[in-house]
Design a protein around this ligand. Structure first.
Ligand code: PGA
Length: 255
């Protein structure tokens, strides 16, 4: 079933103490709200996954994600963290193909395919990120670029392997810039992404796939973004580091 989802991607921020405090604050604020009609996913740095899982694992609708995983299954890869290791720490999801990984760590489509393979083998669900650069949009190639990112990676898998997959549309020009995509631009792209998924996997699969928006999504603009029919929630960076802001976004998604 298509779910509303808000994911907090903390990236390389917070100490362990700050991470525990942030999570405790978010949970306290949400407790005062009663039940929340949207899934909340925490994606802390690897070393804090255990501590955050201890805080959220007993809560309904709260899940843990890894921000990345190795393309290798296991072995002598110093510094790497496998999908299976994250699964053993309580992860339900792994973010794959974030634009920062693509740009700074030169992750190409072949790498992303390997990572999704590890992810699904560990029975984890990928949160697959895609998004165009500013220059792609300026030259009118944004649809083409997204279609290519999806078809060269996600469409290499079967519907069964991608069961419950989450897709995050994150235009690179909007990440961490304060330059949020307008709800109309985001909706156009989400609808397009759903149509690509539908062509390959059919209407039912496409209708059940959650497509999240990411890129300077915050407490003030999330309500309007989430009101669009094909926007099922958000992948939140900066605003997920502030408890009150993250909780406001969650409430905007759940309403
Ligand atoms: P941002 O990051 O919300 O800080 O723009 C989003 C992301 O990178 O997932």
């Amino acid at each position: 079933m298509r779910k509303k989802v808000v994911v907090g991607n903390w990236k390389m921020n917070k100490t362990k103490q700050e991470a525990v405090q942030l999570t405790t604050d978010v949970l306290d604020m949400l407790n005062n709200t009663g039940s929340i009609a949207c899934d909340v996913v925490f994606a802390p740095p690897f070393p804090f996954m255990d501590s955050i899982n201890d805080l959220i694992s007993a809560k309904n609708g709260m899940f843990l994600a890894a921000q990345d995983c190795s393309k290798h299954e296991k072995g002598s890869f110093t510094g790497e963290v496998s999908a299976k290791i994250t699964q053993s720490m309580g992860a339900n999801y792994i973010i794959i193909g974030h634009s920062e990984r693509r740009a700074f760590f030169k992750e190409d489509n072949a790498t992303l395919i390997e990572k999704i393979t590890r992810c699904t083998a560990a029975q984890l669900v990928p949160i697959f990120c895609c998004g165009e650069e500013a220059a792609d949009r300026e030259s009118g190639k944004h649809l083409e670029v997204i279609e290519q990112q999806i078809s060269e990676v996600l469409l290499c898998f079967s519907a069964q392997e991608l069961n419950n997959v989450i897709i995050a549309y994150e235009p690179v020009w909007s990440i961490g810039t304060g330059n949020t995509a307008s709800p109309e631009i985001a909706q156009e792209m989400h609808q397009f992404i759903r149509s690509i998924i539908e062509k390959k996997f059919g209407e039912e699969f496409a209708n059940n796939t959650s497509i999240l928006y990411g890129g300077s999504c915050n407490a003030a603009n999330s309500k309007e973004l989430f009101s669009k029919p094909d926007i099922d929630g958000g992948l939140i960076g900066g605003a997920s580091l502030v408890a009150q802001d993250f909780v406001s976004i969650i409430r905007n998604c759940a309403n």
